[in-house]
Every structure is written in C-alpha cells, then in structure tokens.
Design a protein around this ligand. Structure first.
Ligand code: MN
Length: 382
C-alpha cells in the first residue's frame, strides 16, 4: 500500500471518538482534498406556506406537529423574520430557523460555501402541504414547485430538488408529479409521512404511487410527528419529534408499505428514507424472522422485509453522524444504497461535513456516499 494511502486511511480512522484506540496522535484533518458533497435532505419553505402554517397551528384539533411548528413559525422572531421589514441577511439569519428555511440565496449559499458543500437537494420542509385541505394543498404544492425550479435555474450547480404534491388530492397530485419531473426537471418527490393520519398503503393514494413508479423517480418519505392514533404516549415528554417520534412514525410507514403489499404491487417503486434508515436496518434480522412470507404471523408478502429493503429502499445519513451506525448500514445494505445528508437548517453543516470527511471508509465508499449515489439515484448530471 502506498504511503499516501496509508496516511489517508489512518487519518480517516483517527478522527473518531468511537475508535479511541486509533485516535491518539493522529491528525483529525483529512489527508487529501475534500470529497465532492451532495447533501440529499435539505429543507426549504416559501412565505405563503409559512403563513398558512401560522394559521393552521392555532386551529383546534390539529396534530402534534403544531408543537414544533409553533416554535419555528409563530414566535416574535419568526414574525420579524417573515416580515418585509428591512433586516440584513446576517440579522435575519440570527432570527431562528425560519430565515434559513425561506432562503434559497445568500444565507444558504454562504453556509454551503463555508462547509464546502457542493449541492443541496432541496425538499419542502415537514409537514409539507399535507396538513391543508386538498384544494389549498394542491395550489401551495404547485407554487412551491415553481419557486424550487426557479431557484435551481438560477443555481444549477448548487441546487437540485424534489417535487412536493398533495397526496389527498390524488389525481391532481399525479399530474403535479408528472409536471415536476417532465416540465420542471426536478429530481424526485418528497412526502412528509402521513396525510391526515393516512399512510401511503391507503388505496386512495394509488395514483401517487403509480405516478412515482411510472416516472421512475425516487420518493423521499420524510418524517413528521406521529399520527393522532399513537400521539398520547409521545406527547407527555415531548417525544413526538426528532428525538424519537419522527423515526417511529416513518419506520412504521415503511413497514405498512412492506406488510401491506404495496411493494408487491409497485415493485419498481424507489423510496428514500433519512436518519440512517429510521432505525430499520438494525431491525432487519428480526423483521425477516418474524415477517418473512409464511412466517408465524402468516405473512403473505412475496419477499422478506430485508429483500424489499435492498430492492426498493435507499437511506440517507441525515441527522445521524455516527460512524458505527454508518458502518453497520454499509454492511447490512451495501454502500450503494446510502447517501449523505445534512438536514439543513435543522442540523448544523460543519459536523455533518466533518462526519463524511473523516468517517472510517474506503475512498470508494466515501465517494459513493458523499455524491456518487446521489448523482445516480436522483439523476444529477454535472
Ligand atoms: Mn429533514
């Protein structure tokens, strides 16, 4: 092995607290030029949707998402950030999460520049348009997709994006998905888990799944707070969000698609999930034991859960910067099914960048996870 190679590998090992036995005296700096980085789960919104959330969260009977949304959209800082008052970008960026969600220009680009991030694959932030009634949801989806396409046209090297849609307006949604790919040139779709407490295995959503499969573009299933039927145990200690509820909500969604036979009906559907697979890779052995065709629960699906996983599902590293979890997922799923993500602006850029630059990976694995898989799966051309 060449010396440069050895140094490179040592450097990769040395940066991690998880491998203290290797870390003493070894530089934390990567030994070579930083790898190209495409971040695959990067959030944005538009003012019209921010305004609509502000109205929605103060209604009676809305779900647990209101707890987080109130903090982002309905504080004095958020109101100032959303106003047209003359505030510089720098001041605006200090006003909580909303300015960064709303910005597809100076604030975001300078954060990317500072972190050495080549590209954001943008998606409308949770809970998307799905909380609104169908007509309003479809209108806002169209508007968000137009704005997204415009931002990409201005910065084609820095941005790609996923089209949103209103699943509960399924015929219109399927048309919007087609427009998103064929007219706007977007790279896939985003859905923020349940829609009015229904999951995509509900037969009413079939047109959406048909469209995603026919257009041959990946569907990113992003978390939101758990649906109302399982809300209570999550609410007491504020577990409905990123700490726990998001993962349970989204992993449950995926298992409904598997056990509900959706992936038998749509065998070519390509699904992306974040947060290192929302815990599911760790469960695959047990899922196969209990959930294989003909297993003790009388499963009738065509494949084992892990076989669907390796056929239909990709994962991203958003919000999980743990090299041990990453290595496990590579061993379990293959490096070709994993993409790097930051989860901007909810997660800071610098640690996410340090994670992918220094995780103990081979050069080939690092390039696959940092950008090559994203280019292939989301059809991004340079
Ligand atoms: Mn996210």
């Amino acid at each position: 092995m060449k010396r440069r190679k050895v140094l490179q590998n040592l450097s990769a090992l040395g940066s991690l607290a998880a491998f203290p036995e290797f870390s003493s005296g070894i530089s934390r700096q990567p030994a070579v030029a930083p790898v190209r980085k495409i971040a695959t789960e990067e959030a944005f919104t538009i003012p019209e949707i921010a305004d609509a959330y502000r109205e929605w969260i103060n209604k009676e009977g809305v779900n647990l998402d209101r707890l987080v949304l109130k903090q982002i959209y309905d504080t004095p800082d958020a109101r100032l950030a959303a106003s047209n008052t003359d505030v510089s970008n720098r001041d605006r960026a200090a006003l909580g999460m909303l300015p960064k969600l709303l910005d597809l220009d100076a604030i975001r680009l300078s954060d990317m520049e500072a972190g050495g991030v080549s590209m954001h694959i943008l998606s409308l932030t949770m809970p998307g348009v799905q909380v609104f009634e169908p007509r309003q949801a479809s209108a806002l989806a169209r508007l968000a997709n137009d704005r997204l396409a415009e931002a990409i046209r201005k910065q084609p090297a820095r941005y790609a994006g996923l089209a949103c849609f209103a699943p509960h307006d399924p015929q219109v949604a399927a048309k919007e998905m087609e427009r998103g790919i064929q007219s706007l040139g977007l790279n896939g779709f985003i859905v923020n888990s349940h829609t009015h407490n229904l999951y995509l295995d509900d037969p009413s959503f079939s047109p959406v799944l048909e469209a995603a499969e026919a257009l041959n573009a990946p569907l990113y299933i992003h978390p939101r707070a758990v649906s109302d039927g399982m809300a209570k145990p999550f609410q007491d200690y504020r577990m409905e969000g990123a700490a726990w509820g998001y993962g349970i909500e989204t992993s449950t969604h995926i298992l409904r698609l598997i056990f509900g036979g959706v992936l038998d009906r749509f065998p070519k559907l390509q699904i992306v999930i974040g947060h290192m697979g929302e815990g599911l890779p760790f469960w695959l052995w047990r899922l196969d034991f209990m959930g294989s065709p003909g297993a003790r629960a009388g499963r009738k699906n065509q494949l084992k859960p892990s076989e669907y996983f390796k056929r239909n599902i990709f994962i991203t590293t958003s919000g999980v910067e743990d090299p041990v979890a990453l290595r496990f997922c590579i061993d379990k799923l293959g490096a070709d099914r994993i993409m790097w993500a930051i989860d901007y602006p909810y997660q800071p850029t610098a640690p996410a960048v340090a994670f992918i630059e220094t995780a103990p990976l081979s050069d080939v694995e690092r390039e696959m996870i940092a950008f090559r898989n994203a280019e292939r799966i989301f059809r991004i051309s340079r």
